[in-house]
Ligand binder design. Sequence first.
Ligand SMILES: [Zn+2]
Length: 244
Amino acid sequence: MYTPPPTEFQAAVRRNSFNLCSAPHCGKSRVNIGKHCKAHHKVCGRYGHPHARPIKRPDVQWAREKVSDLFASNATHAGLVAATAWTRQWFAEALAAPSGTTHRDNLDLRIDLQRLDARGITADDILKEAVAFSIFTATNERAFPDTRSADYGMSRSILGLAPKAFEVGPRGTVLSARHYKTAALRTIGTTFRLTLAGFMASVRNAVEQESKKKEALRNALHAPFNAPASMYQALVAELPVAPQ
Ligand SMILES: [Zn+2]
């Protein structure tokens, strides 16, 4: 039987299979024409780095609560108003059919964002989630091997506001993990990080100042005789209710 000679692509895939996966300590052979083995290629596609790990939603909850409180008590702050306006415009444009373009990435991004919209997630929810995740990232640097994996994490966190259902097989077995479009993972986190860098930094700073203030207050109350009188008075003055 006649076997056609391998195409250029097939030949390249075969050549590449003699190279080893570039993830540290892996040593398996590469698949396709990328630089990773099958397993690392998959992890990389989901989390942006071969060694990145999924972030559990409850782990970010404390940051969400802080951001909610801060936003609620600073509703008229110029930075928050501007960030909200930008996010609303970004969300509306991403949801609308981009005129004159049928670029696959735009369409893919829209599929994931339309699911959020259909489940009642608003631009304001998305902004809160993005800022909360940036606080989580800043305080958990070791969870992210590089910037790309942190960006993917933010994308997943935003998409997780209306998580895609697990695909379930006929006998109730889970067929695939939550699987978001590559275009959505690649663009959402990076766009928010780059556009709102200054705003996110100032929110992070506010959260940090607040926790420092609380810590100072706690220390002063635990060791009142060591605190200088002036500092102690200042701290007590900030208590919301008079000490019993
Ligand atoms: Zn590998």
